[in-house]
Design a protein around this ligand. Structure first.
Ligand SMILES: Cc1cc2nc3c(=O)[nH]c(=O)nc-3n(C[C@H](O)[C@H](O)[C@H](O)COP(=O)(O)OP(=O)(O)OC[C@H]3O[C@@H](n4cnc5c(N)ncnc54)[C@H](O)[C@@H]3O)c2cc1C
Length: 485
């Protein structure tokens, strides 16, 4: 007899949504425990640096959750409304809208409210538990173990299913012993090092490409944010979440190219300093920001883990590498996945079967809703990462048609198959290479979407499917490097 029906490891944004989804779909009939290493005073904190995030989230994803599991977000967890995200080219001559209307969240307030909701739904919460691994019985995960930081005693609890929502650094995933299908380690090039400040400021020059109270602004710029981007997200007319992300090996190359020795922190300072719309910026001392106004953390920018379940074990959110490859937006996919997963868990427990085969449906349901497009976006990200500023500016100005912009704004890979056809004059050899690269990733994207539509219905077909995926991706990664400048 298990201690719980379900243990959710990690009570961050994803863990608490997932727990609520399970409670919703089971009519609060399952015994659920959420375990987190944070003290009760700092729920959902990612690390000692705070709840490091850009805090932006699309309304569409929140509606997905609210419609299905009836969890509603309002103020104060929503701090500010935005009309969308605008991505500016390095020369700032072109802007692409992303994602539609959305919200700026207060990531410190949100988990407090989420936890309150969990308690009302009968979900138990245990704090100050550092989990180190899973407990197994044969091929089946049957619980979690770690240390209770309050008593320094070992902590062990059993359950029918363990949900891993411990974030990108998940020790549970890294040490998983009952699956050869779940990927354990991430390639360093699929991680972005990111940092941000939450600040109040005095208005400087009025320049809507630098600060816009109605739009989240993204700056693509390989000098200030190599392999990533800078962002200026409004929290009020005079309050901002400003930060940037870089890919480490591309930062090294950029430093060599410019003869500099920058790191994420020095680039963040420079990015803030050069913003003419933001003057005399000061870190926010609001009670709900005070422990969260400056920090650095990492985020993955690849497709979700190729397999997200094993016997008695499921992963969701950052632990499954769900953030979108082109913009590192992880909240939307986490809300979608957490909502879906609740239903899968309840079905499996009702069927009295929590084997890998029984939990498999989660892979299929997530891919159908969201995951079908992420491998293509991963290729697109790799291509853009190795372009120069001039190439990105030229490409955004000349190669993006209305349809492509619409695809990008919906989070789909744009279709560049018409690029370079008769009548299109492309200036310079480097831009021809960009056009070829874009045509190539569009073509590969079509294959990948099709391949994900054929994701095996049962675990038996996975090895063959995954071999084909990796063969194709490895060829693509090599080919994409030939489009580099
Ligand atoms: C700088 C930055 C900017 C970002 N900007 C955006 C953005 O604007 N929009 C967006 O959509 N996404 C953004 N993201 C991504 C987004 O923050 C994540 O996708 C989201 O926080 C994922 O939530 P999670 O609950 O899966 O993981 P986390 O938020 O990392 O939560 C994990 C939880 O598990 C707990 N935990 C971890 N290990 C253990 C352990 N061993 N034992 C017990 N508990 C443990 C932690 O204490 C924490 O509470 C950004 C990320 C970064 C780093």
């Amino acid at each position: 007899m298990s201690d719980y029906d379900v243990i959710v490891a990690g009570g961050g944004l994803t863990g608490t949504i997932t727990a609520q989804s399970i409670a919703h779909y089971s009519n609060q009939n399952l015994k659920i425990l959420v375990v987190d290493r944070n003290p009760a005073t700092f729920p959902g904190r990612k690390s000692l640096a705070g709840w490091v995030c850009g805090d932006a989230c699309s309304k569409e994803a929140v509606d997905f959750m609210t419609d299905r599991i009836k969890v509603q977000w309002t103020k104060p967890e929503i701090e500010h409304d935005v009309k969308g995200v605008m991505a500016f080219s390095p020369d700032k001559e072109t802007a692409i809208p992303f994602d539609g209307a959305g919200y700026m969240l207060n990531r410190q307030k949100l988990p407090e409210i989420q936890n309150e909701r969990c308690r009302k739904m009968g979900i138990e919460l245990e704090n100050e538990i550092s989990l180190t691994g899973l407990i197994y019985e044969g091929q089946q995960v049957i619980g979690v173990q770690g240390t209770d930081n309050k008593t320094k005693e070992p902590f062990k609890k059993t359950s029918k299913i363990v949900i891993d929502a411990t974030g990108v650094t998940s020790m549970l995933r890294n040490g998983l012993q009952n699956s050869t299908k779940v990927e354990k380690r991430i390639d360093r090039r699929d991680l972005e090092s990111t940092g941000r400040y939450i600040m109040y400021f005095e208005p400087g020059e009025k320049d809507l490409t630098e600060f816009d109270p109605d739009y989240c602004i993204i700056h693509l710029d390989q000098d200030i944010a190599p392999g990533g981007y800078g962002w200026v997200f409004p929290k009020a007319d005079n309050k901002v979440n400003i930060g940037l992300g870089v890919e480490k090996s591309l930062l090294d190359k950029r430093n060599q190219r410019l003869g500099k020795k920058d790191n994420v922190e020095s680039l963040m300072k420079e990015y803030l300093h050069r913003n003419t719309a933001i003057q005399n910026a000061k870190l926010s001392n609001d009670p709900e920001d005070i422990n969260n106004n400056s920090g650095v953390f990492q985020v993955s920018v690849r497709r979700q883990n190729d397999c997200m379940v094993s016997g008695g074990y499921m992963m969701v959110g950052d632990s499954a590498w769900m953030p979108k490859p082109i913009d590192a937006g992880g909240i939307g996919p986490a809300l979608i996945a957490g909502t879906i997963l609740g239903n899968n868990v309840v079905q499996a427990i009702e069927a009295k079967d929590v084997s890998e085969a029984s939990l498999w449906q989660f892979n299929l349901d997530y891919i159908k809703e969201y995951g079908y497009k992420t491998a293509g976006l991963e290729l697109f990200r790799r291509l853009v990462q190795q372009m120069t500023n001039d190439q990105i500016s030229y490409g955004m100005k000349h190669f993006l048609g209305n349809m492509d912009v619409e695809s990008i704004s919906k989070g789909e890979h744009p279709d560049f198959s018409g690029l370079g056809k008769i009548g299109m004059i492309i200036r310079g050899a480097l831009n021809k290479t960009v056009a070829e690269g874009l045509r190539y990733t569009s073509k590969e994207n079509q294959w990948l979407v099709q391949h994900y539509n054929n994701y095996p219905k049962e675990p038996q077909g996975f090895d063959q499917w995954n071999k084909q995926l990796h063969q194709r991706l490895n060829e693509s990664f090599t080919k994409i490097e030939t489009f580099g400048s």
